[in-house]
Write a protein that binds this ligand. Structure first.
Ligand code: S0N
Length: 279
């Protein structure tokens, strides 16, 4: 497959499949099971923002560099605990400022009007598990392992990582996942509706591209509106804002919406009487 690097990053790889509208973000810290630092997250935000702003891109694949330095696999092992500051307000990257910028990345993935598919091989743990949860779809390799560790390692994600997780797997299962900090294999994840499909690890990337190609056959506006409608159901005012923003986008595309703009530019009264008040 003809993947082309979009630009150089230090802690991720960002590529596009030329002419196909498919982008891929790969977390590239295999020596730490692809655990993320604030700098990794800043790079991911830059890559996802590029994909969001590129009108040719419809699908983004999010995955981890594999296999690891010891031959094992990981999607992402969450926040890098070695740089979580001592009694500081978050993770400290190169600038030493403590922050939890992964929350900004979660919001970006959820609200961007493109489909984000997590491709999980090996561990999706802690904040790495939350990352796949906030993606639209998840395809798991048969060696995938899912779980939260927060209450064991002194952290928790009470946002999308718990409340949205509960929307996906149900309240009882979400509480089990967080309270017990157990690990679940790919088949268990499939059984609880946490992932969409399980494939042999060697086929994971190809399967992701196959799903992306299918999606790229479909209407961008229909998928955009569906994504914001799914979000509106759970995201409160912010979800409604996204859905309403899309209604405005559609209105701009109509003659009726354009009449108001043209009338203003032409310094005349708008003529809305020619448009019907549909039942
Ligand atoms: C993933 C695990 C289960 C893999 O086990 P395995 O295969 O036995 O490998 P290890 O030998 O343990 O690991 C190999 C090397 O990788 C390092 N490493 C792995 N994970 C991390 C990590 N998260 N941080 C730093 N280093 C990591 C190992 O240390 C080892 O290197 P060496 O040999 O040099 O020491 C296993 O590795 C594991 O359990 N990892 C830890 C998982 C974890 O607890 N993650 C953090 C959970 N918390 C978050 O992710 C918080 C996310 C967040 O940012 C947030 C978001 C919202 C609200 C709050 C927060 C918040 O932080 O509080």
């Amino acid at each position: 497959m003809n993947w082309t690097k979009v630009r150089e990053f230090e802690e991720i790889v960002y590529e596009k499949l030329e002419g196909e509208g498919i982008a891929r973000v790969t977390i590239n810290r295999p020596h730490r099971r692809n655990a993320f630092t604030p700098d990794t997250v800043a790079e991911m935000i830059a890559a996802f923002t590029d994909a969001r702003e590129d009108p040719s891109v419809g699908v983004v694949l999010l995955t981890g560099a594999n296999p690891q330095t010891d031959g094992k696999y990981a999607f992402c092992a969450g926040g890098d605990q070695k740089i979580r500051g001592h009694q500081a307000g978050g993770y400290q990257g190169k600038d030493g400022v403590p922050r939890l910028n992964v929350l900004d990345l979660q919001k970006l993935i959820r609200s961007m009007p493109k489909v984000v598919i997590a491709l999980v091989a090996g561990y999706a743990i802690g904040g790495g598990h939350v990352l796949h949860v906030v993606c639209d779809l998840t395809i798991a390799a048969d060696n995938a392992v899912f779980g939260q560790t927060g209450p064991r390692v002194g952290s928790f994600d009470g946002g999308f990582g718990s409340s949205y997780l509960a929307r996906i797997v149900g309240q009882k299962k979400a509480r089990e996942i967080w309270y017990l900090c157990r690990q679940y294999n790919a088949q268990q994840a499939l059984d609880m509706g946490l992932v969409n499909e399980v494939v042999p690890v060697g086929q994971l990337q190809e399967e992701g591209v196959k799903w992306a190609r299918e999606i790229m056959q479909h209407s961008p506006l229909a998928i955009r509106l569906l994504k914001s409608a799914f979000n509106a159901d759970v995201d409160g005012q912010q979800g409604l804002q996204e859905l309403a923003g899309n209604a405005t986008l559609l209105y701009y595309l109509t003659e009726q919406g354009d009449e108001g703009r043209r009338a203003y530019v032409e310094k005349r009264a708008p003529d809305f009487r020619k448009f019907p008040w549909l039942p």
